[in-house]
Design a protein around this ligand. Structure first.
Ligand code: ADP
Ligand code: YYY
Length: 235
């Protein structure tokens, strides 16, 4: 359950967690579009904190400095699934936060516990505001079902085999999934998930969380599978 100080969330909340490349971001966006709900990409917030620290010349191994910078993070994040723009200090960082230099370093920031608490509070506030404005919100990340919004009406762990996730990310980054491209993608998927799993459990579903395995599903089938879980909860 949420910590005592947390106020209840507004709107219908769908929380989706899972490892890198499981389809969280793309599937959650499409589910939000279909339902007319808002969408929150919490990974983009960790990426933005990383971008901000690097921009400020902060050593990412200095946990205190990273925490202090995150506490002052001048972040604006869009919750429209068709316009999930991210600005830091007025700069549109939507593309910059997806660059390899951020992907390779974001786990350093995401594994600092006080940073997680700062972003958790901000995420709960954004989920509540977006849920109130649109009637519902799909929020995705690594700890939404367990830590940020364990009180969500729907909680889903979106998984896929390592092979499927590597092939998807390789196709996204390199336009193909041959042996060399998959090998080049491995650091961004396998190593990052290993680091991230030291602070969040996103490989095994917690009590009350429904697992949706997309290994053998195409994109449309994955969206349909999530919508089926949502429909069942709304009956
Ligand atoms: N079920 C699926 N089948 C095939 N490709 C998918 C599926 N789900 C997502 N993808 C593709 O895989 C890539 C990674 O998906 P993404 O949503 O970014 O994953 P995550 O947010 O979990 O890292 C994207 O290019 C996306 O279009
Ligand atoms: N709720 C969250 C969301 C993301 N993170 C971390 C884990 C990831 O390494 C980074 C970036 O997340 P993001 O969802 O953009 O990563 P992928 O697109 O799935 O590869 O942030 C987290 O620790 N907790």
């Amino acid at each position: 359950m949420p910590a005592a100080a947390d106020t209840p969330l507004a709107g219908f909340v769908i929380a989706i967690d899972g490892p890198s490349g499981s389809g969280k971001s793309s599937v959650s966006k499409q589910v939000a579009r279909t339902l007319g709900f808002a969408f929150l990409d919490t990974g983009a917030m960790y990426r933005s904190a990383t971008w901000w620290c690097l921009d400020q010349g902060i050593d990412l191994d200095d946990a205190e400095a990273v925490t202090a910078a995150t506490a002052q993070l001048p972040l604006t994040i869009g919750t429209d699934p068709d316009l999930p723009e991210v600005h830091v200090h007025g700069v549109d960082v939507s593309a910059a936060i997806r660059q390899t230099r951020i992907s390779e370093q974001v786990s350093k920031v995401a594994t600092i516990i006080p940073v997680r608490e700062i972003l958790r509070q901000l995420q709960r506030r954004l989920i509540s505001e977006a849920g109130a404005a649109k009637g519902g919100v799909v929020a995705e990340g690594r700890d939404i079902t367990t830590v940020v919004a364990p009180d969500a009406q729907v909680r889903i762990l979106l998984t896929a085999s390592e092979e499927a996730r590597l092939a998807r990310r390789s196709t996204e980054l390199h336009g193909r999934a041959d042996a060399a491209s998959v090998a080049a993608t491995r650091t961004q998927i396998v190593d990052r998930d290993r680091a991230d799993s030291s602070v969040s459990e996103f490989t095994v579903a917690a009590d009350g969380v429904t697992t949706v395995d997309t290994s053998d599903l195409d994109f449309g089938q994955s969206v349909a599978a999530v919508l089926q879980v949502v429909d069942a909860a709304r009956q």
